[in-house]
Design a protein around this ligand. Structure first.
Ligand SMILES: [Zn+2]
Length: 259
């Protein structure tokens, strides 16, 4: 038995914002989509998300541009699959789990998914003939990242999530218990041999789980850089700076101040 983590995510090379019925959406606009593995730089992803949450909490201007910068680097959050089940495209109705974006309960799949495909008439229940290349993943991911379908997310929801995540950086110990439950799913996969496969349902699930691991780590790896004050993940317990550059600059200023 091997353990496998299925975490591939899709990133379009260009995004913009566009309004539909009074809601501003973050929308993919390029013909090109890349698959990548966010777990390879899990803690850089986490610190980027936390720094973005902090920026959005402390600044009213430049919010959209900062969210777009993040999305161009990592793709959309995957809120649609995060708050439901990832086989939602094979059921007429879907269960919405408790979440920070909308009311939970059972709703019609087509009404629910319309919120994420505002610019195209998309029939989510229709089977697809071709696949994007998500290994061993549900068909829903191929549908989400088809260029022509333009899976999109409300900008306000994304801002809400990043602020929510950052709010737990300063939370009291007892409040941490209220943090999002990570949406981890697993299955026994028998394609070649018998394997246990863990599947991250969304980019958000990867960030949430990375945060939960970091915040429960007794070495307290989430820190503020002593030079630039950015949040960073300290791989080394002694680390006080987000980068060698910040460490060098701090030392230069310190030695200048002595003279
Ligand atoms: Zn720094």
């Amino acid at each position: 038995m091997k353990n496998n983590q299925v975490s591939f995510w899709a990133r379009n090379i260009q995004y913009r914002t566009e309004s539909h019925n009074g809601t501003e959406y973050v929308v993919p606009v390029s013909e090109q989509t890349y698959l990548y593995n966010p777990l390879e730089n899990e803690y850089e992803l986490l610190s980027d998300a936390l720094n973005l949450g902090r920026y959005l909490t402390e600044n009213d201007t430049g919010q959209k541009e900062n969210v777009l910068d993040f999305v161009r680097k990592y793709g959309l959050l995957g809120i649609m699959t995060d708050i439901t089940d990832s086989d939602l495209d094979s059921n007429e109705q879907v269960i919405i789990h408790e979440n920070i974006f909308m009311e939970s309960g059972i709703v019609s799949t087509s009404n629910f998914t319309k919120q994420f495909f505002p610019f195209n008439e998309v029939d989510i229940l229709r089977p697809l003939e071709f696949k994007l290349g998500f290994k061993r993943r549900g068909t829903i991911y191929n549908k989400m990242f088809l260029n022509g379908w333009q899976y999109s997310e409300p900008l306000e929801w994304m801002i809400k999530y990043f602020k929510y995540l950052y709010s737990f950086m300063t939370a009291e110990k007892k409040e941490l218990e209220n943090f999002n439950k990570p949406q981890l799913t697993y299955k026994i996969d028998i394609q070649r041999e018998i394997n246990l496969v863990c599947e991250y349902v969304s980019l958000k699930a990867i960030i949430d789980f990375a945060f939960a691991k970091a915040v429960t780590d007794e070495r307290k790896p989430l820190r503020y850089c002593k030079h630039c004050d950015k949040i960073f993940y300290a791989g080394d317990v002694r680390s006080e700076f987000c980068s060698p550059r910040c460490r060098n600059q701090f030392n230069v200023y310190k030695s200048r101040a002595k003279h």
